[in-house]
Design a binder for this molecule. Structure first.
Ligand SMILES: [Fe+2]
Length: 267
């Protein structure tokens, strides 16, 4: 799989489904899947093998570490606290997908890369049944909550440790990508925050999907939360983060990753 290019084939029309239904469908399907993750794409980031999963998680097989980013749990509840009523099912939907990814890879370590909750009150007010669901997922493995800009104070009464950044296995995990080059900057950095998405043209139609983005040195994670939006990889907020010559968007398809070079994206 490593180094392969898949931008010329596949059923990209599937991508036009709504994000929520798409992700819910994946979660339901994945419970029936066994064995290796079909449709995943293996890449290398700063010398470390990383598997981009179409459900939005990044698995590092050498360390048994699974990364997810920008869960934005309790986003519906956060809006309700401000008087804007949204359907209250986003947290259970996101956690069901997370549970499916964890079942697929059985990681030793889970790193949730910040914006774990949509606001500072999210984890404190999390209903007990959802708290128990996270507890069940964390049982028998280490769990690291990286603090994000939405939830800088860490989590309340949940398993695992909270920290601003984690250095592990030659990589650095932090919420916001750094603009500093070198070992404490972009080299080997796994970050979230910007919710990258990319657009490709397929059969006279443009299709936009969340994506992993990596130039082989740094990797930006797609937002995992079902209500989290996306920012185009060509947006000026991404400027200076990547070497565009080697940058590839790994778009989340229905059941596989579609890897497209930056030069072939539209936006
Ligand atoms: Fe976020």
């Amino acid at each position: 799989m490593r180094g392969s290019r898949k931008d010329e084939g596949g059923s990209l029309e599937y991508w036009e489904e709504t994000k929520l239904m798409h992700r819910l469908g994946l979660a339901a399907r994945s419970t029936m899947m066994t064995g290796a993750a079909t449709g995943a794409e293996e890449i290398v980031v700063n010398g470390t093998v990383a598997v981009c999963d179409p459900m939005g998680g990044l698995y590092l097989p050498e360390s048994g570490l699974l990364v997810v980013s920008d869960l934005h749990l309790e986003k519906g509840a956060a809006f309700a606290r401000r008087g804007m009523m949204l359907p209250p099912y986003d947290t259970i939907a996101t956690l069901n997908i997370l549970s499916a990814v964890i079942t697929r890879y059985d990681p030793k370590i889970v790193v949730s890369l910040g914006d774990n909750f949509h606001d500072r009150k999210g984890s404190e007010h999390l209903p007990q049944e959802l708290r128990s669901l996270i507890g069940a997922m964390a049982r028998g493995r280490d769990w690291i909550w990286i603090n994000g800009n939405h939830d800088p104070d860490g989590t309340v009464d949940l398993p695992g440790a909270c920290t601003d950044e984690l250095f592990y296995g030659g990589l650095v995990f932090r919420h916001e990508p750094s603009l500093i080059s070198g070992p404490r900057g972009s080299k080997g950095e796994i970050a979230g925050h910007l919710h990258p998405a990319a657009t490709v043209r397929r059969r006279e139609k443009s299709v936009r999907r969340p994506c992993f983005a990596s130039d082989g040195s740094r990797l930006l994670m797609p937002a995992f939360g079902v209500l989290a939006g996306g920012l185009d990889l060509r947006h000026q907020a991404m400027r200076g983060l990547f070497d565009h010559e080697t940058l590839v968007a790994h778009l989340l398809g229905r059941d596989r990753i579609y890897s497209v070079r930056y030069a072939n994206l539209i936006g």
